[in-house]
Design a binder for this molecule. Sequence first.
Ligand SMILES: [Zn+2]
Ligand SMILES: [Zn+2]
Ligand SMILES: [Zn+2]
Length: 358
Amino acid sequence: MTGDSEDPNAQPAGDEPAAGLTDDQRRTKLLKTVAALGGTVTPRRDPMAKHGHAFSGLEEGIEADLSFLARGDYLDERFFDRVTICTRCDSHHLNIREVCPACGSTHYTEEPLLHHFRCGFVGRITEFDPGDGTGRRICPKCTVQLKYLGTDYDRLGKTYLCIDCGTSFQDAPVRSVCLSCETEADADDLATAEVIGYAITSLGTAAIRRGSLFEGDSEVLYIAGAAVYRPAIMFELLEYEAKRIQRFKGTFSLMMVEAKGQEGAAVPEDAEANMITRLRERLRGTDIVGKVSEHVFIACMPQTAIAGAEIVRSRFAEEQADRRIMLETTVVEIAGPDDLAQLLTRIRAATRSKSIGK
Ligand SMILES: [Zn+2]
Ligand SMILES: [Zn+2]
Ligand SMILES: [Zn+2]
C-alpha cells in the first residue's frame, strides 16, 4: 500500500476536527455527515476498531453521539451483527478453542477413530499402525489387517489425545482466552455485543434543516423510554412529510389515539405510559409518535396507505387490556399538504376547545 496517495484515514470534505463545538453542534454536524453519506451508515469489519467494526467516513469515537442521536430518534438503529467479547475488558480479540477436559491444555493431537467390524474394536488411527513402515493397518485387538473402508472398517469422527496428560477425549469443552487481558472463560459464558448501523429519520432530517437538535423538554417528551414529540415539533414534522410526499407522489397515514378515563375519571399516568409502549410495539422504527394535546397522541406512518394503517389500528385497539382507560382510535391517509392542513385545523380546534373547558 506504500506509494498510495489516498490517505485511508481521510475524512469527508468539510469534516474538520470537532474541537470547540458544543455537544449540540457536534451532533448536528454528525447528522449532516450521515446525510452526506447517503442517509445510512453501515458498519464494516475493522479488526483494530472497537468490537471489530467501524463506520467508513465517520471519525473514531462517535459511538456515544450515534447512540445519543438514536435515543432521541434522530437516527434509526439497524442491526448488523453480533460480536463475541471478553466479559472483563470488552475486547473482541479472543482465542476460542477446544481444550483437554482433564487438564485444560490445548496441546493435543486430533486423530480419526477407526472401527473394526470383525471384532468391534474402536481406536485411534495410530493404534492400527504396526510400526513396520508398510502403511498397513493392523487391528491391535484381533491382529487382522484392515483393508476395505466400509467393508472391513469404518471411520467414526475424530478423537483428541492430550499430549500433556495423556487423556483421550472426543467432546472437548470450548474455552476462550482474551488476547488483551488474558481472562479465560468458558465459551458459553462469553458476552456478546450488538453491532449497529444507523439510518437518518425524518426528525434527523428536520434537525439538519433547522441546524440544531430539538433539545430539551420543550420539544421531546420521553414516555416509557420512547421519544414522543410535543405538538409544535410534531406539526412541523407532519408538514414536512406532507410536502415531501407531494413531491414524490407518495402517501402516509396517521393514527390518532385519545385516552379517556373510565366514566370521567382521570387517566392514570402509568396506563398512558403502557399504552404508548404498546403503540410503539405496533409501529415500525421509522414511524414517529407525537403528543397533540393532553391524552391525545398521533402516530405518523410514512409510506403507508390507509388499509395498512387500519390493520395497525385494529390490532392496537383490540389488545387494549387496561380497564382504567378507554381508547378512541382513528386512522386517516394524507396524500398532500391540503389533506394535512384540514386535519390539523380540526385537531387544533378540538384541542383548543378542550383546554378552554378545562
Ligand atoms: Zn479481556
Ligand atoms: Zn490434558
Ligand atoms: Zn479387530
